[in-house]
Every structure is written in structure tokens, then in C-alpha cells.
Design a protein around this ligand. Structure first.
Ligand SMILES: [Zn+2]
Length: 223
């Protein structure tokens, strides 16, 4: 097999110059934190308020992170060991899920951080990555973020590590988020993606289709 196929660019900070840049990026991120801070109980109305806050406030400057990379040899296959049933599912480099599995350790850690800064009921659903637990053979293996709202309704969306970084910034009350290489990116440009992941109505109304929320929907009622 062509060894080039086994090689991918992964993030690796390899010089003190990079580390200095990363530190500056972190400092800039702290300075653009909103004073309102973390929300208390995050129901839909609170999320709508947070979305509109990010939309209205001045966008912080984008800070590029360290650009020092080093090629890291990738394995030929990635094995997913299911924590629920113990089954092993093997993916090779031609599978999209290969990169999900090789980055799973980091993604789980990112989710733990997200969960710790938010009072929203969220779960990272790995079940489609396991061939035995996957309910439907046509389901694409992916990491899925499941949100359970205070009224019991749920919304599920496939997510990447970058999505979780974005959500962590948003749920922390920031106007930006820390990227994979310690840069900071404004959240405003990603509000559509955040709405999509959380199942929020892009027009600002409540994310319900059956009118079950009555007249309490902000910004124009149910759709
Ligand atoms: Zn399983």
C-alpha cells in the first residue's frame, strides 16, 4: 500500500514560536468573553436570547492559531470498541468514519468540556459507530449530539469536533470559540450551524412544528 495513503496531517505544535502564538490566541479569546457569562437554565428561550446576543454584539477579531504541523503516520485501520456491547467494528481509510474513530478520544473530551459549561441536557451518541448497535444498516456511522429539551422533546444532529468547540464557545457566553490550533474564530459566522445542531428555528421562532408551545414562542410563534 502506498505509504502516502497512510499519512495525514495532524496537529502537532512543534516549536516554542507556535506555543507563543497559541498563548496570544488564548489571551485574545479571554478578552472577548461576554460579561453576561454562563446562562442559568438553558431552555429554548434562553438559547434564542444567546443567539441574538451574539448576532448583535460587535464581532471579535479572528485570531489565527499556530500553523506548525508535522505529518503523523496513520494506522491502516481504525477499530471502534463499543462501550455498550463490547463489539469491535473496523473501518479503513476509505470510510468517512475512519477519521471519526481516530479522533474519538479528543471528541469525547471536547464533549465533556461542552457538557460542563452548559446546563442543557445533551448526550454524545456513538451507537451508529458500532455495527451491532446500529439500529439500521443504512444509517451512516457518525457521532450524533442529542439534545433533550425541558419539555422532553429531543433533537439529534451529527457533529464534528469543530462543532463541539463552537458550541463550547457559545454555551460559555463567548463571542468566539477556540479552534483546533488555539486560534479564536468569531461565533457569529457559525450561528446557522449552531441553530442547526440544536434544532432551533432559523427565523427565531420555537423549533416545533405542532404548535405545542402555544403562544410562548419568541420571535413570531411556532412554525
Ligand atoms: Zn455496540
Amino acid at each position: 500500500m502506498n505509504p502516502l495513503l497512510l499519512t495525514a496531517l495532524l496537529v502537532a505544535l512543534i516549536s516554542t514560536a507556535c506555543l507563543a502564538g497559541a498563548s496570544a490566541a488564548r489571551k485574545a479569546g479571554r478578552e472577548s468573553r461576554m460579561t453576561a457569562g454562563k446562562a442559568g437554565s438553558m431552555d429554548r428561550d434562553e438559547i434564542y436570547r444567546m443567539l441574538s446576543r451574539v448576532e448583535k454584539m460587535e464581532e471579535p477579531e479572528l485570531v489565527m492559531g499556530a500553523m506548525c504541523y508535522e505529518p503523523v503516520a496513520m494506522p491502516a485501520v481504525a477499530e471502534y470498541l463499543c462501550p455498550v456491547c463490547g463489539e469491535k467494528t473496523v473501518y479503513d481509510t476509505s470510510d468517512d468514519a475512519f477519521y471519526t474513530i481516530t479522533g474519538l478520544f479528543e471528541t469525547r473530551a471536547l464533549f465533556a468540556v461542552l457538557d460542563s459549561v452548559s446546563t442543557l441536557d445533551m448526550a454524545l451518541d456513538e451507537s451508529s459507530l458500532c455495527s451491532a448497535c446500529r439500529s439500521d444498516s443504512t444509517t451512516e456511522p457518525a457521532l450524533v449530539l442529542r439534545v433533550t429539551w425541558d419539555d422532553g422533546r429531543t433533537h439529534s444532529s451529527p457533529v464534528t469536533a469543530e462543532d463541539l468547540r463552537m458550541l463550547t464557545g457559545f454555551m460559555s457566553g463567548r463571542l468566539d470559540y477556540v479552534s483546533v490550533n488555539d486560534g479564536t474564530f468569531p461565533l457569529r459566522q457559525n450561528l446557522d450551524r449552531i441553530r442547526e445542531i440544536l434544532g432551533m428555528d432559523p427565523e427565531g421562532g420555537a423549533p416545533c412544528s405542532d404548535g405545542g408551545c402555544g403562544a410562548s414562542c419568541p420571535g413570531g410563534g411556532c412554525r
